[in-house]
Design a protein around this ligand. Sequence first.
Ligand code: PLP
Length: 435
Amino acid sequence: EKSSQQSSQPVLQNPSSNTLWYPYAQMQNLELNLEVVEANGVYLTMKDGKQLVDGISSWWCVTHGYNHPELNQAMFEQAQKFSHVMLGGLKNQVTESFAQKLVEITPDGLNHVFFSDSGSVGVEVAIKMALQYFFNQGNQNKTRIVALERAYHGDTTACMSVCDPAEGMHKMFHGITPEQFFLPAPTSGFAPSEDALEKEIAHAKTLFEEHGDTIAAVIVEPLLQGAGGFNIYSPEYLNRLKALCEEHNILLIFDEVATGFGRTGKLFAADHTNISPDIMVLAKGLTAGYVGHAATIASTQVFNAFLSDSPSKAFMHGPTFMGNPLACAIGLKAIEIFERDNYLEKIATIESILKEELLGFEHDEIVETRVLGATGAIEVKEARFHHGIQEFAAERGVWIRPFERYIYTMPPYVITPEELRKITQVMKDWFQRER
Ligand code: PLP
């Protein structure tokens, strides 16, 4: 019986759905019952007409809501001029203007923008840039990157090498991806005691003292580790980390793919700190979730290491769609709206509602509830606890997608208090349902 089961072909429960290979999914059992036919504001409309409030902004990127008339207009107007043109050897105004705008709004010292097409590639670019920064100065020893345990930086090869090596979704690739160093994730929260902070930063101090001459860069998701479990830590940790990096000639990379554009309550997580990273990566909210794009922004010090009479010091990277004019036109308009409509105020309201609704919420299954900016998460003891929650939420008009031990919301910023409370209520009702 057993051996015949093992040798038989897998039976596809839903054969019509397996032409399209879905992300992070065991395709053998995949059954998708929700089909989107339209999306407006914070609502996804399903084929059966049902509307769901999007509690996670389509993987955290749809900051301004769906089908935004002004973003549509910006995209349409640009499409009528040219929707794409290569950046190799040709310049164009909208891409130049977007780079200029990003330099204006990002922390001081970040002055040079390299575009690419997704967050993962933006991180790859940052890592490659950090390595070549040292190679260009004749230093071939600095070839290692330091990351935090619980980190998530994307799914491509260099990105996987800096994702959590023990529990992370890419652990099976460790040994194949470049070997890196990991620091324990700081876990003492947004405002740690001095003692706790000293202990956390001591790990970096020891590692840098021992291996600093082989380390090119440290990469972190500043303040909020997202896919690694919504771990919130302090601006002071980052201030201290930067000082240590400077002492040991190590670059500091902020992966703000998830935290950028308001998610932590300020425009960038870096704005909570006193420092600027040497390299910052933006994606997701960069185009308000309209099209894939990323920006890797370097300090003048980093950029200058690539200047030379010799072509060999140039940065040899150039994704086909880098600086895509549609992405840039949408991105420019998205920032204009963010500033004009005071999105930081909207995010502050979201944060206070999330705190009110989630922070005091207790249940035997809950380890901790955490809120920062427009992110609210409930950590449960066991992943199996939330099996079925997606259907439960959808029946009640809410779209959320928990993973591992985390039930969370990262809503679009245009959400109303009533719509947001609907999401948090569904999250809480799940714990209080009759079983
Ligand atoms: N870095 C962080 C912090 C992320 O959260 C993500 C995506 O969730 C990525 C990088 C990868 O971005 P992308 O999915 O656009 O490749």
